[in-house]
Design a protein around this ligand. Structure first.
Ligand SMILES: *Cc1c(COP(=O)(O)O)cnc(C)c1O
Length: 457
């Protein structure tokens, strides 16, 4: 059979990307953050595993790379109250983009002034709450939102700290749905048409809004630094223009999107210190030419902190060979799928996987799939796995710490898996798994429907 005709490669062996630095292979199987994978799997699969040491080390690397600026951890990538508290303890601030994320950060004890509020559409209730808890910055995404926030701030007798989100036109990132700075999409105000500048002028002229800075986020999973430098340069051009009108911009935020390694095909990410020095170098030069000081810099890494710190552990349920035009592909079905990781279906995101147990068997071309009723329910599109893979085997997928649990769904009525935080061999539920009671408790006991008369005896 022509397994070899499918260009599958095995996952790189740990330690090292895409696996957390603490992961290792022993004759008895994999170890994760000092614990045996088989013992962690005994909590039940599928399960997300988070290496807390790796998460903190990654936060620290960004903090050290930008000691005089602000690092906003993008909470949508992975957030629990404990994670919010740890980020704060590491000297990071937090980005939130919904009432739920805001409340989770507050539940972790993060004061309002260390939160940045994002979103292309924010409700009156959310803006009220933001001002009530004293959110440090609100990133405006439309003139209408500025009007609404101004009204709310005026009624409260406060001045709302604002950034203006600028669409720089820099196209970066892997998939169209994660690139956010081209023109025809929902985020930000265009630099090219002058809409960004007009909103900055409007905020600067308001008695209830305070213009604190300009914001750019060009997309996600971006390799290298060229895109960030290009976007930063365009932002600085606007800073210079506004300075000419007497409008000062104290801070610029270049967003997140720093790429990570998901598979052996991904380039090694540029280290945080080098990312910052390249961006700063280019922007300082531009500012010097224009005769202005470089505004304070802030950035918003999400996945580059949480992504590589997490893996998902599944149990293999079934193995089936399927003949394709290119040869035979072995379909390995696991006990989760698109409900715990939507990214392959949503963005054609690639991942890699390996077995817990060591095997000398010949490697075969595999596709790891979930148990959902969709042919797009793919966990890993193409990976070489040992040919003796069999139901009951434990299989781990790398780099699922970001946008795994936070994008999980209950499709096919699957309870969402929990996240086990693991540190120095000790595990605890950072986010407990959903139970059947959680799921079934959402339905009214009498599901006769609203308005349906009670049945008579
Ligand atoms: C999603 C997002 C981020 C984080 O993106 P990552 O790819 O996780 O680094 C940062 N800023 C904004 C505005 C975002 O929407």
């Amino acid at each position: 059979m022509a397994f070899r005709e499918l260009a599958s490669t095995p996952a790189p062996e740990p330690p090292g990307a895409p696996w957390p630095a603490s992961m290792e292979r022993t004759p008895d199987g994999l170890r994760f953050a000092g614990a045996a994978l088989s013992e962690l799997a005994a909590y039940g699969t599928p399960v997300y595993l988070l290496d807390e040491g790796e998460l903190l080390a990654r936060a620290r690397a960004w903090r050290e790379a930008l000691p005089d600026g602000r690092i906003y951890y993008a909470s949508k990538s992975f957030l629990t109250p404990a994670v919010a508290r740890w980020m704060m303890a590491e000297g990071l601030d937090l980005d939130v983009a919904s009432e739920g994320e805001l409340r989770t950060a507050l539940a972790g004890g993060v004061p309002g002034e260390r939160l940045g509020l994002h979103g292309n559409a924010k409700s009156r209730e959310l803006l009220e709450l933001a001002l009530e808890v004293g959110v440090g910055r609100i990133v405006l995404d439309s003139p209408g939102e500025a009007d609404l926030l101004e009204e709310i701030a005026r009624n409260r007798g406060v001045s709302a700290p604002c950034f203006v989100r600028v669409t720089t036109g820099v196209h970066a990132g892997g998939h169209e749905f994660i690139a956010t700075a081209h023109e025809d999409q929902k985020f930000g105000l265009s630099l090219a048409t002058g809409e960004a500048k007009a909103l900055a002028q409007r905020v600067a002229g308001s008695d209830s809004l305070e213009l604190r800075g300009l914001h750019s986020h060009i997309g996600s999973q971006i390799a290298g630094t060229d895109g960030f430098v290009a976007a930063g340069e365009r932002i600085i051009e606007l800073v210079v223009e506004l300075a000419g009108e007497g409008i000062a911009i104290p801070e610029i935020d270049l967003g997140g999107g720093y790429g990570i390694v998901y598979t052996a095909l991904d380039p090694t990410p540029v280290a945080p210190a080098q990312v910052i020095s390249e961006i700063r170098g280019a922007l300082e030069e531009l500012c010097a030419k224009a005769g202005i000081d470089l505004p304070e810099l802030s950035i918003e890494p999400g996945r580059s902190i949480s992504g590589p710190a997490g893996i998902t552990c599944y149990t293999v349920l079934g193995v089936k060979d399927v003949t394709t035009a290119d040869g035979v592909r072995r379909y390995v079905s696991v006990d989760g799928g698109m409900s715990d990781n939507i990214r392959p279906a949503l963005y054609q995101a690639d991942y890699t996987a390996m077995l817990n147990r060591a095997s000398e068997a010949e490697q075969v071309a595999c596709r790891v799939v979930g148990i959902h009723c969709e042919s797009g329910d793919i966990v890993v599109p193409d990976v070489a796995l040992p040919g003796d893979i069999t139901p009951g085997d434990l299989l781990v997928v790398a780099a699922t710490g970001a946008y795994g649990r936070t994008m999980a769904s209950n499709y096919n009525m699957l309870p969402r898996p929990g996240v086990l935080g693991v540190r120095e061999g000790r595990a605890h539920w950072l986010w407990r798994p959903e139970t059947w009671e959680d799921l079934l408790g959402q339905f009214a006991e009498d599901d006769g429907g609203a308005g349906t008369p009670a049945r008579e005896g």
